[in-house]
Design a binder for this molecule. Sequence first.
Ligand code: FES
Length: 568
Amino acid sequence: MAEGLRKGLTSYGDAGFSLFLRKAFIKAMGYSDDALDRPIVGITNTYSDYNPCHGNVPQILEAVKRGVMLSGAMPFVFPTISIAESFAHPTSMYLRNLMAMDTEEMIRAQPMDAVVVIGGCDKTLPAQIMAAISADLPTVVIPVGPMVVGHHKGEVLGACTDCRRLWGKYRAGEIDDAEIEAVNGRLAPSVGTCMVMGTASTMACVTEALGLSLPMSATIPAPHAERFRSAEASGRVAAAMAKAKGPKPSEILTPASFRNAQVVMQAIGGSTNGLIHLTAIAHRSPHKIDLEAFDKLGREVPVLVDLKPSGEHYMEHFHHAGGVPKLMAQLGDLIDLDAKTITGQTLREVVAAAEDVPGQDAIRPRQNPIKAEGAMAILHGNLAPRGAVIKQSAASPKLLQHTGRAVVFESVEDMALRVDDPELDVTADDVLVLRNAGPKGAPGMPEAGYLPIPRKLARAGVKDMVRISDARMSGTAFGTIVLHITPEAAVGGPLALVKNGDMIQLDVAKRRIDLLVDGAELKKRLAALAPRATPDWAKRGYAHLFNETILQADEGCDFDFMRVGGKE
Ligand code: FES
């Protein structure tokens, strides 16, 4: 099999000429024949001035290159799309599959024997792992690492759980303009990803549990020297994989590794977004995420990591407490320790090397969990025939069984316009309903599921209400919030049938979400629904592809033709 520079020659009808031409051009960079004869490690560069979460990528690149060269291989850095959560319109989720396609095709198109993907900001690691599985080249994943914490008036702050909490206080009139400005400069005190258990942290931990990154790589803070030593070590591992031609993602990812990832996701109090991403990742392989099995696992797996928004600490505390290896050690027989990792070690060896940190309280023992059940529960009912998710670990216990009157918002724009209207007919016992905010509806399934408490209620001291939608929510948010209702309203899901004043019943213990309206009436409402026409935004380009092929949340919101077997 061709390797190094001989791989994937450009087609000119003469392989010898193709190689001759390739070498002639690359020599313009000053490389020697010795350098060009080495196995090649491709390295993705996802640095962007628009992506502060990836602000340490240039230093990581240098460290990876050093590791590759110290091990006798040749590094080639190449750019891919970079997506920053707060700089992506309409949403970063809208662009995840584009990044996955870009990364996959550039791995395929360019000669490399192994690849290092460097990502972190929310949708980037999922996109890169989806790409790596589809390309099935030996891959090392490097998360950029979490930010260090901020401080304000003696309080520890973290993006973005505290962004939301303090913004809520500002909306309620509890803090003034000057203070919210001061807070704005202190929430993100360094480069790196959000340092609470949001999607970025969740996916970094999931990556480590899948065996696709080095031990501890999920939690090392972005600016720390250890982050760059880990990157150098990742470069060495990638060089070894390039020489050995493996292991490939298909050799590492098994039903056991996906189960381990789900156990870790529940035990860290992971982001609900993580479930969509893990589902999409699994759909790129022959393995699947079964929502029922995920829910069942949630009943067995306790939340052990004491991190915001489910708990109190931040990623750097999790790291100093022993990180994912220590967590997996505490999880004991819930983890399949025979699962393999990119280093050739099994998780048994990773767990055996976990550091014991006396007095740490960020990773709890199994007999003293943060929550006895896992972070997420899967709901079904006449409102969500294909499922919905609630992060019960971040919800108000008293609202987990609740029946209330629906207050319906037709879209994200409608909600923005009316939620603070003093005339809005709403009480604290009502259920706020947002629809047309799913994968197709918005589009890109915005993180709008964290509906704000109507201002008049917030000012009266209401901190939480039952809120339901077909949208997503940032993993950094908290509240009694039902998300990813599937099918979404825009494709005719039952959420489209809810009317103001209908009663909605949430029963998390029974895993139910129901609209208390009789079946005959719902049939009548369904028959009266106008079929969805192609919206103007979806008439051309990537938007067209997105609108035509995006799958629902229970299938990971990948494009239907990108799954392992292609379009069904
Ligand atoms: Fe990039 Fe939170 S905004 S990880």
